[in-house]
Design a protein around this ligand. Structure first.
Ligand code: TMP
Length: 231
């Protein structure tokens, strides 16, 4: 099972993916938690290039190919081998980020991006993509605060420096993608506290993971909501 976590800056993907990993491990699943850009050794070097403020002059085409290079290596070196071992793979960002940021954000042709990504991932797409949906102004403020706190404003701030209109287009892009493929791309309300968001995610995922695991009660005795509240 391959699940991607998506959303604008500061939507809380990293936290949500981490908590989901812990929860699934407690249900007895082997879990690999990874991210893009930077999920492989080569990817870490590409992440540094992609996010550093000193590369603000990078062309959109160069940016696209660096993300695709990161993804191609990540799929082959990390994601596919983990899936072949029967692990659940949780990925903080994947190809949907490319459609949202380079497509809706930068205005690149979406069909071209779909074809390039399909080639880069060798046809390996997530079973499910969860989009943490949040007001861009709220997310952006949160992301900038986090970067300040961690001293990452220069090294990781290139996208936070984009204006609100860019982040609004990215958010609308994600919403459009979820309307196009409601079976594969699900919106999760990311407003409120971390705990509220995590509960919403568990409610969505529980039907996929409850079968055969101890938290699963006999049919009819407990609702999904009760199971989520307990675990
Ligand atoms: P993050 O991992 O801290 O969210 O930062 C990654 C940044 O890279 C984020 O601003 C979104 C951007 N991005 C793209 O523009 N295209 C992509 O394909 C991916 C994976 C990320």
């Amino acid at each position: 099972m391959f699940i991607a976590f998506e959303g604008i800056e500061g939507a809380g993907k990293g936290t949500a993916a981490g908590r989901t990993a812990g929860w699934l491990a407690s249900l007895g699943r082997e879990v690999s938690l990874t991210r893009e850009p930077g999920g492989s050794e080569l990817g870490l070097a590409l992440r540094a290039l992609l996010l550093d403020m000193k590369n603000s002059g990078i062309s959109p085409e160069t940016e696209l190919f660096l993300y695709l290079a990161d993804r191609a290596q990540h799929v082959r070196q990390v994601i596919r081998p983990a899936l072949e071992q029967g692990r659940v793979v949780l990925c903080d960002r994947f190809a949907c980020s490319n459609l949202a940021y380079q497509g809706y954000g930068r205005g690149m042709d979406l069909d071209m991006l779909r074809r390039l990504n399909d080639w880069a991932v060798g046809g390996l797409w997530p079973d499910l993509t969860l989009v943490l949906d949040l007001e861009p102004a709220v997310g952006l403020e949160r992301a900038k605060r986090r970067n300040r706190f961690l001293g990452l404003e220069q090294k990781e701030g290139r996208f936070e420096a984009e204006d609100l209109a860019f982040h609004t287009r990215v958010r609308e892009g994600y919403r459009e993608l979820s309307r196009e493929r409601p079976d594969r791309v699900r919106l999760v309300d990311a407003s409120g506290g971390e705990e509220d968001v995590f509960k919403r995610i568990k409610t969505l995922l529980l039907p996929m993971f409850s079968q055969g695991f101890t938290p699963c009660a006999p049919p009819g005795s407990q609702t999904t909501k009760e199971l989520v509240d307990e675990t």
